[in-house]
Design a protein around this ligand. Sequence first.
Ligand SMILES: *[C@@H]1O[C@H](CO)[C@@H](O)[C@H](O)[C@H]1NC(C)=O
Ligand SMILES: *[C@@H]1O[C@H](CO)[C@@H](O)[C@H](O)[C@H]1NC(C)=O
Ligand SMILES: *[C@@H]1O[C@H](CO)[C@@H](O)[C@H](O)[C@H]1NC(C)=O
Length: 367
Amino acid sequence: MGWSSKNFHCFLLLVLLLLCRLSSGYDKLSCPTCKKITRNFLKGVEDTSRKNFGGGNTDWEERYLSKYEFSETRLVEIVESLCENSEFECNLMVETHEEYIERWWFTMQKDHPNFFLWFCVDTIKVCCPAGTFGVDCVGCIGGADRPCNGHGSCDGDGTRTGDGSCSCTKEYKGEECLDCAAGYYSEFQNETDSLCAACHPACKMCSGPSNKNCTECVTGWVEAGPDDDEHACVDVDECAAETLPCKQHEYCSNTEGSYSCEACHAACDACTGGGPEECINCTTGYTMEEQKCIDINECSLPDKVCTRENEDCVNTEGSFKCVCTEGYEDQDGACVEIKVPVQTKDSEEQNVVEPEALADVAPHEDL
Ligand SMILES: *[C@@H]1O[C@H](CO)[C@@H](O)[C@H](O)[C@H]1NC(C)=O
Ligand SMILES: *[C@@H]1O[C@H](CO)[C@@H](O)[C@H](O)[C@H]1NC(C)=O
Ligand SMILES: *[C@@H]1O[C@H](CO)[C@@H](O)[C@H](O)[C@H]1NC(C)=O
C-alpha cells in the first residue's frame, strides 16, 4: 500500500509538471538543466575512459576496450551519473529523452561530436547557440558574436526563453548599449561600437575627461567664474562660508567636493587647526601666550587655590589638585597626621604609607 501510494503521488506530480511545461512552453530552468546534463555526460565519458585504462595493453584488454568504448554498458554507467537523486528536473529530462541520448551514443556522435548542440539545441530544443535567444534562436542585438555590442547581456542569451533586450554595463545605456550613461562621456562611437569613459569627479555629466568638460557639476562643486567660457566645475570651500558647518571645539577642513569637521586641541576652545598653536581662544585652565594656549599653573597664582591646612597644590594639564602634605591623610575633608606605630626601623615603612595618601587626593576640576 505504502509503495503504490507513493508511486501514485510521484505520477501525479509528474503529470502536473508536464502540464505546466506544456502550458508555459519553455521555462527558464530547462536550458541550464540540459547544459548540466551534457556537462555531466562528458565528465562521465572521461571518467569511464580513465577507469578502464589501467595496466598494460594486452590483446584481450584492447579487444575488450574497443568493444566497451561505444557499448551500452558504458552508456548505462554514464547515464547513471547525470543527475543527483534529488534533482527532479534533471531526472525528468533524462527519463523523458533517454531515447535521444541512446540514439546519439550509438549512431550520431561521429557526425555530431558536440553533444550539447545536438541534444539541447537541435533535438530537444531547450537551448540556443550562444548569442541567440527565444523560441527560434534569433540573434541578439549587436549580433550573436557581440551581443549588446559587447557592452551588456542579452535577455535569454543561449536559451529558448527571453526577449533579447539588453542589460547594459554601468558605463552604457540605450537599447543597443551604445550610448553613454550619466557620468560617462563618449570617446568613440559608430553604428556598431562605442567607447564611454568616466567623467571627472567634479562633473555629473560631461563631454570630456577634465573638470572643464562638465555640463553639470556634482554637489560640492560649483561652476567657475563667468569670465571663463569653459564650464569648469571647482570645489566649493565649505570652510570659507560665513557660518561654519562645524560644532564648538571643532575646526573645518575643506576636501575635494566636501569638507570635514575635526576636533580642536584640548587647549583650544575654538581653533583653525588641530595644534595648540592654532587656537583662536583657550579653554578653561589655559592661557594664550605668543599665539599659543599654554597650561595655567594654578599653584603659582597669587591667590592660593588649595586652602586647607597641611595641604599641597599639584598642577596638572589644564587643572590642579589639592593633596595632603606627606605624613597627612584626608579624613572627612581635613588633612590629619598619619598615626604610625613608633617602631619605625627605617624610612621604608613611611614610604609604604605614601600611595595611600595619594589615593585620597581630591581633584578640583574648576577654579
Ligand atoms: C566601428 O568601429 C569599430 C572599431 O573601431 C570598427 O571595427 C568597425 O568597423 C566600425 N564600424 C563601422 C560601421 O564603421
Ligand atoms: C574638454 O576641455 C578641454 C579644455 O578646455 C577642451 O580643449 C576640449 O575640447 C574639451 N573636450 C570636449 C569633448 O568638450
Ligand atoms: C572662543 O571663541 C568662540 C568663537 O570664536 C566663541 O564662541 C567662544 O565663546 C569663545 N570662548 C571663550 C572661552 O572665550
